[in-house]
Design a protein around this ligand. Structure first.
Ligand SMILES: [Zn+2]
Length: 251
C-alpha cells in the first residue's frame, strides 16, 4: 500500500514482495488491555499452529528495505489517524483524539519495552495500551512481517488503532469479540482510506492481507473476549469492515 499524493507526498518505493517464508513463533498477537495477573491475552495458539522451532528467521541481509519499512509505518500511522479524524464526527459522539504512537520497541530487551500499567509490552507483539493511550509494536514482529509484504504494517497498525477507537467509545458499542471488531475497524479504515483517495492498494496487497491473517489467526475460533479468532473469522471481519464500512462493525 502507499499513501497517495493527495494525502501526502507519494512515496516512490514499491511493496516488498514476500521473499521470505516465516516459520517461527511470530504470533502477531496483540492485546487490547493490560494483562490480568494470570492468563490474559497472549496467544500461544498462534505459535503452536506454526511449523518451526523458535524464532522467525531474520530477513535476509541486503533484501530488507529499511527506508521503505520506516516510510510505510509512518504512512500507515498518518493515513489511519487521518481516516478516523476525518470520519469521527459522522460516526460517533464526542471528538476524536489521536492515540500516542510509541512505535517500535525491542521486545527482546524487556527493559526497553514500554510499560503499560504495571507490566511491560511483550516480545513479538503489538499493542494498544489503554492506561497510556498509546499504540506500539515490537520491531522484530514488524520487520519480519514486512519482509513478506508491506501490507503487514498497515494491517497491524490499523488493528491496534481499532483498539484505540474502541477505547474512545462507550462500553456498549465495544463487542465482546473485541479482537474481531478491531479487525473489522482495521478493514474499514484501510479500505475507507482507499475510497477517500488517501491510500492506494498495490498489486499483491490483498494477497498479503490474506496471508497475514493465515499467519496471525488463533488455532481456535473466537469463543471469549481476548480471543482473536481463527484466520477465517478474522479475515471475514476485516472484509466486512472493508466492504461495508465502520458501521458494519457495530451490528
Ligand atoms: Zn487486538
Amino acid at each position: 500500500m502507499r499513501e497517495t499524493a493527495r494525502n501526502h507526498r507519494r512515496r516512490t518505493g514499491v511493496a516488498v514482495v514476500g521473499a521470505l517464508v516465516l516459520t517461527g513463533a511470530l504470533t502477531g498477537a496483540c492485546r487490547s488491555e493490560p494483562r490480568p495477573a494470570a492468563g490474559g491475552d497472549t496467544h500461544p495458539a498462534a505459535q503452536s499452529t506454526r511449523a518451526g522451532n523458535g524464532s522467525p528467521a531474520p530477513p535476509p541481509t541486503g533484501m530488507f528495505d529499511e527506508a521503505g519499512f520506516q516510510e510505510d509505518m509512518r504512512a500507515a500511522e498518518t493515513t489511519i489517524d487521518d481516516f478516523w479524524r476525518r470520519h469521527w464526527d459522522g460516526l460517533f459522539t464526542g471528538s476524536y483524539r489521536s492515540p500516542r504512537v510509541a512505535g517500535l520497541y525491542d521486545g527482546r530487551d524487556p527493559r526497553s519495552a514500554p510499560p503499560c500499567g504495571d507490566e511491560r509490552l511483550k516480545r513479538d507483539n503489538a499493542a494498544y495500551c489503554p492506561p497510556g493511550d498509546y499504540v506500539a509494536w515490537d520491531a522484530h514482529l514488524m520487520r519480519s512481517g514486512y519482509a513478506r509484504g508491506d501490507a503487514w504494517v498497515y494491517l497491524v497498525i490499523a488493528h491496534e488503532w481499532g483498539h484505540a477507537v474502541q477505547a474512545r467509545l462507550r462500553r456498549g458499542l465495544v463487542s465482546p469479540a473485541a479482537e474481531l471488531q478491531a479487525d473489522c475497524l482495521a478493514g474499514a479504515a484501510l479500505y475507507g482510506s482507499s475510497a477517500d483517495g488517501t491510500l492506494e492498494f498495490e498489486d499483491g496487497d490483498e494477497r498479503e492481507l490474506v496471508d497475514a491473517f493465515q499467519f496471525i489467526g488463533d488455532r481456535a475460533p473466537w469463543t471469549k473476549p481476548g480471543d482473536h479468532g481463527s484466520a477465517a473469522q478474522r479475515l471475514r471481519n476485516f472484509s466486512r469492515g472493508g466492504e461495508n464500512g465502520v458501521r458494519a462493525c457495530f451490528t
